[in-house]
Design a protein around this ligand. Structure first.
Ligand code: KIV
Length: 274
């Protein structure tokens, strides 16, 4: 299945051109109604594979499939009209070879109509980034803390503390930018290093737990809405506290159903108003 692909007001070229200008505003979205609400306020909607944890309750992003990304990419495309939509390539769908990456990235773009794909990795993925870009697939790269490598890293801790680690992240960021990525997500990276990367790269660096010096910021939508109460990463600021509101609404609904005060006559077909 393929979808009609229409140009949108915000393109990957526009995002690329924002280097040194106004910060790029980016949020994740996984559903059509949420995309509709966010679209007027953001430049870029990221259908992140974080949906595995946020929507499906998985412990990591490792179990996310290409089919899941396509379904949610289609939903976000249906719900938004303006923002540049980027969809994550999930774990195992691109690391094997540039050809495998092309096949799956092309499928993502053809079946969702998204503007670009995102993939994780630095120097080791640079040849793949170049392969995709040279064949017409815009790529957003993702370096620093790359959640698909959580098992290799031994957890979700911030990166770039040691000199060796910092040097590797810097080299990674340069490698994917030089390979043609139109922007680079920099996640969970110590401030001085993140600032240096933002200063050195010619393309926008979109930070998450990185630095205010980045050329833009991205956060997971459920995090900024306060949908989780158990755990709040240091880099998240909650702009709303929806979890208690949802819980309270469900509790009041349950009480009214049990008391038979809902539905009232105004909610019933053919019933006379009280
Ligand atoms: O999967 C995701 O949502 C991401 C962002 C948080 C950068 O990669």
């Amino acid at each position: 299945m393929s979808v009609a692909i229409a140009a949108r007001p915000v393109t990957t070229r526009d995002i690329r051109a924002r280097k040194g200008a106004e910060p790029v505003v980016c949020l994740t979205a996984y559903t059509a109604p949420m995309a509709r609400l966010l679209d007027p306020h953001v430049d870029l909607l990221l259908v992140g594979d974080s949906l595995g944890m946020v929507v499906y309750g998985l412990p990591t992003t490792i179990g996310v499939t290409l089919e899941m990304m396509i379904a949610h990419g289609q939903a976000v495309m249906r719900g938004s009209a303006r923002a540049c939509v980027v969809v994550d390539l999930p774990f195992g769908s691109y690391q094997e070879s540039p050809e495998q990456a092309f096949r799956n990235a092309a499928r993502l773009m053809m079946e969702t109509g998204c503007a670009a794909v995102k993939l994780e990795g630095g120097e080791e993925m640079a040849a793949t980034v170049r392969f995709l870009v040279e064949r017409g697939i815009p790529v957003m790269a993702h370096v620093g803390l790359t959640p698909q490598s959580v098992h290799a890293f031994g957890g979700f801790r911030a990166r770039g503390k040691s000199e060796g680690e910092a040097g590797k992240i810097l080299a990674d960021a340069h490698a994917v930018a030089d390979a043609g990525a139109f922007s680079v997500v920099l996640e969970g990276t110590q401030e001085p290093l993140a600032r240096r990367i933002a200063e050195e790269l010619a393309v926008p660096v979109i930070g998450i737990g990185a630095s205010p010096a980045c050329d833009g910021q991205v956060l997971v939508i459920d995090d900024i809405l306060g949908m989780f109460t158990e755990f709040q990463p240091k880099f998240v600021k909650r702009f709303a506290e929806l979890a208690p509101l949802v819980s309270d609404a469900a509790a009041r609904y349950a009480a009214e159903v049990k008391a038979r005060t809902f539905p009232g006559p105004e909610h019933c077909f053919g019933a006379k108003p009280r």
